[in-house]
Structures are given as C-alpha cells and as structure tokens.
Design a binder for this molecule. Structure first.
Ligand code: DC
Length: 234
C-alpha cells in the first residue's frame, strides 16, 4: 500500500515543526523535519570554513554531510543544538537557494516519504517545498503561518530552553535579533528561483497567531481529517 504523506509547509518558526511532530505521533507516522537537512548542510559549510552564499561551497556541504553523517538522518548530526542558532538558520536559508543543494537532498526526502519504515503507514514532512516540489502528490497539504512578532517570541522561548540545556553555545540572541533574522529568511526563501516558499495550490492555510499549541493542533487535525474524508478511496 502506498504511503500516506502529509506535507506541512510554512514560514520560519510558524509552528509547523511542532504540528508535524504531533501529527506523526497521532497517526503513528514517520516524521521528517526537512529544514534540519538544510541546517546540517549549512553547519558542514561553516565548520569547513566555507561561505554558505557560494554555490560551490554549499554543494560541497551536501557531499561532506553525506560522507561524514553516513545518512542524512543520522541523529548525531540533525539533533545538534547548534543547528538552531541564528548563524546556522541564516546559512541554511542561503545554501537552500542553490539548485545543486536542493537536488542533493531531494531523493532522500522522497524515499523517506515513500518508505516510512517500521510498518508505519505514512509520513509527515515539514519544510518549504514539500507540497509543491518534494511530494506534489501528498494526500494532505498544510501551509502554516503566524504574525512575525509572535513567531519571534516563540522561537526565542524555544531557544531559551535549548540554551539552558547547552550552556556552551554562543550567546543567546534577543527577540529583536530573532525577528530580524526570521523576516530576512522568509524574504530570501520566498524570493529564490528554485522551489520558493509558497503554498501549493491545493494547500489549506492555517494561521496560528492566536492559537496555542493545543488549539493549533486541533485545527490541524480537523483539516487533515476533513481532507482525508474528501479523498477518493483507492
Ligand atoms: O524549517 P527551518 O526553519 O528549519 O528551515 C531552515 C532553512 O532551510 C529555511 O530558511 C529554508 C530552508 N528550507 C528549504 O529551503 N526547504 C525546506 N523544505 C526546508 C527548509
């Protein structure tokens, strides 16, 4: 039986990752945070002394990650707290604009969607282009957004937790810095020529500005259930 794919795209720090994770738990599906792949590539570039805005260095970052991590979903690489730092966020947005980087990560994401493993019947993938490019046939497509100020506040709270757990990280950024970084990243992600950040034509939009996690998840589940009910049974 084909895997059922739920694509959760959206703006930076919109809550799409949290919602995708909760959806995967709810349905016992596999979850992939595709942003982590771009972040892991970016970190390879930075650690190798490369420039994330240079295509050659960015593409080399994909090869380095493949070689050093063995597999793109190696937890030692994608659970590194440094991946959430503003420096890596900015670099991830830069490397992700290059077609060579996107191509290098595409098949892994498609394979993940098609083979969620462990007997699971589907996969939830969050990112920017899952519903438009990676899995255009996804059964359900969500596009999550929220006011930039609210997104900056949430990201700040999230980072605070990570920083408390890992005091050796560089200085914790303040909310204004995070807001500026989020706005810059959204503009770059929207404006790039390949696989830009945008809702698929058949995506359902969800604005979480006024919703806490429980309310946002309820709204998400309602959308998924309604979409699945409308689907022709195959
Ligand atoms: O979801 P995130 O904030 O962790 O993503 C980090 C960057 O990676 C984001 O600014 C753009 C890029 N990205 C992408 O281009 N395509 C994806 N599917 C996921 C992330």
């Amino acid at each position: 039986m084909a895997s059922l794919v739920i694509a959760v795209d959206g703006t930076a720090a919109s809550g799409k990752g949290t919602l995708a994770k909760k959806l995967a738990e709810h349905y016992n599906f596999a979850h992939l945070d595709s942003g982590k792949l771009y972040r892991a590539v970016a970190l390879q570039v930075l650690e190798g002394g490369g420039d994330p805005a240079r295509e050659e260095d960015a593409v080399k970052g994909v090869a380095d990650l493949r070689r050093n991590a063995g597999s793109f979903d190696n937890p030692a690489f994608i659970r590194n707290a440094r991946l959430l730092s503003p420096e890596v966020s900015d670099a991830a947005s830069k490397v992700s604009a290059f077609p060579g980087v996107r191509e290098g990560l595409l098949q892994f994401q498609r394979d993940f969607a098609a083979n969620p493993g462990f007997g699971r019947k589907g996969a939830v993938i969050d990112g920017r282009d899952i519903g438009t490019v990676v899995c255009p046939e996804a059964a359900v497509k969500l596009f999550v957004d929220a006011d930039p100020e609210e997104r900056a506040r949430r990201r700040w709270l999230e980072l605070k937790g990570k920083w408390l757990d890992a005091p050796s990280l560089p200085k914790m950024p303040d909310q204004a810095t995070i807001l500026a970084e989020i706005l810059e990243r959204d503009a770059r992600d929207r404006g790039r020529a390949v696989a830009p950040l945008k809702p698929a034509d058949d995506a359902v939009l969800l604005d979480t500005s006024d919703l806490d996690i429980a309310a946002a998840f309820k709204a998400t589940l309602d959308i998924v259930e309604a979409t699945l009910k409308r689907r022709p049974r195959g």
